[in-house]
Write a protein that binds this ligand. Structure first.
Ligand SMILES: [Zn+2]
Length: 422
């Protein structure tokens, strides 16, 4: 080949390579669009540079996305689910795509069949275009405690956890700790199992000793509350935040006093509401409370008899008001494997405690930051991760307009093709 043609071809391929490399890191102009600022929507142009928002026009703009006529909000988040990592790949993959379909980019899995980071990525999680997910792996409970009954009598029988038996799920999908000696013995295995946070179980913990001794309360009991502060301090020393399952206002109080970082439910048993003193202490300690309010509509009758439901719903409304009045951080979570948090929000709206703006902020700001406290997310501003949903209708006119997603943009990437809407 002629020398000069060779040189020319080489420069063309170098130029092509530069173009390609440039396309990956090029900045994107996000023109027009009405952007949520925490209060309302303002029309402006933003830029995404290396996956971060920039408000000033950068030197080179590789691509332009026209957001005219669209409402731009930060992505949604789900702080309590168990839909990913059941060990059944098809179910898990469906859950992953449902989250992206619904614009839920940040997910907290509060108890799962332990999974490696590599296996999680192969399901489509934490890979850039899928949801960003943290896993608690197995939960910490007591012998005969929640959620062992659910795991052994429901989930295992339905085909979750393929290849596992009751015996191999013990001290794997859940750990039992009944004493300080157990804690000492099992702690290394708990830590060795790479987990993003620690999930601990309480169940009417003020009645712990009575429930632990009575077969009547099999699976409706959990950790000895005396062990909880010890578990929390070991967990914090290992750099793990602690999320506590609670059933009653007494559990809430014990969890707050024991120094957990998050309470993963509103109390859903008993009609005693959370006290003002406990709410104030939770706010002071920066503890996050996850709603899981819709849960009372599908919880089985043996755990919540019909006669107790009206009282529980009343307490739920009082509890949400108490948390709101005392400025406790409230995160949105469904605890429902067939939900992504959208149905939870619909239920919360029906309780008429929060207005749509407050719910939108809880869903797009408080919840993402509760899941990933070290990331700059939840705000459409300079320096924050360039992730958003562009909606075809105003979510402040009707919050359920969050279902009308036109574009999903994540850390500088337009997620295409957009998954089919609901
Ligand atoms: Zn749960």
């Amino acid at each position: 080949m002629n020398y000069w043609i060779k040189i020319a071809l080489t420069s063309i391929s170098v130029a092509l390579f530069v173009l390609q490399a440039g396309a990956q890191t090029a900045s994107t102009a996000l023109v027009s669009g009405k952007w949520f600022d925490g209060k309302g929507f303002k029309t402006r142009t933003m830029y995404s540079v290396d996956g971060r928002f920039v408000s000033k026009r950068p030197k080179n703009v590789g691509k332009t996305i026209d957001l005219a006529g669209l409402w731009v909000i930060p992505p949604l988040a789900e702080a309590h689910n168990h839909s990913i990592a059941t060990g059944v790949t098809d179910w898990d993959k469906k859950a992953v795509s449902d989250f992206i379909r619904d614009g839920v980019y940040y997910v907290k899995i509060q108890g799962n069949l332990p999974i490696s980071a590599e296996d999680a990525r192969s399901l489509g999680v934490n890979n850039g275009s899928g949801p960003d997910v943290i896993f608690s792996q197995g939960a910490i409970t007591a012998s005969g405690g929640h959620p062992i009954g659910l795991i052994e009598n429901v989930l295992l029988k339905r085909g979750y956890f393929p290849g596992y038996t009751k015996d191999t799920l013990k001290d794997h999908r859940y750990f039992t700790i009944d004493s300080e000696a157990d804690l000492e013995k099992k702690w290394p295995a708990i830590i060795e199992m790479k987990r993003d946070f620690l999930k601990v179980m309480l169940w009417a913990a003020d009645e712990h000793d009575m429930r632990a001794a009575s077969p009547k309360f099999m699976f409706q009991r959990a950790l000895d509350p005396k062990l909880l502060p010890l578990i929390v301090s070991r967990s914090h020393a290992a750099g793990l935040r602690v999320s506590a399952h609670v059933t009653t206002a007494a559990d809430f109080r014990i969890a707050v006093e024991s120094g957990v970082d998050e309470i993963s439910h509103l109390p859903y048993l008993g009609s005693e509401p959370i006290s003002a003193a406990d709410a104030k202490l939770a706010a002071k300690k920066g503890i996050v409370v996850v709603t899981t309010a819709k849960l009372i509509t599908w919880i089985p009758k043996n755990a919540l008899p019909d006669s107790e439901r009206p009282g529980v719903e009343k307490a739920q409304i009082a509890n949400l008001k108490m948390l709101l009045d005392n400025k406790v951080k409230v995160a949105i979570g469904s605890d429902n494997t067939s939900d992504t948090s959208v149905a939870e929000i619909e239920y919360l709206r029906g309780l008429n405690v929060f207005n749509d703006r407050t719910l939108l902020k809880m869903w797009t700001e408080t919840t993402p930051r509760a899941i990933f406290p070290d990331r700059k997310i939840g705000k459409l501003a300079n320096g924050y991760e360039a992730s958003f949903l562009a909606l075809e209708a105003d979510p402040l006119a009707d919050l359920m307009n969050v279902k009308k997603i036109k574009y999903r943009f994540k850390k500088g990437l337009l997620l295409e093709p957009a998954p089919a809407g609901k």
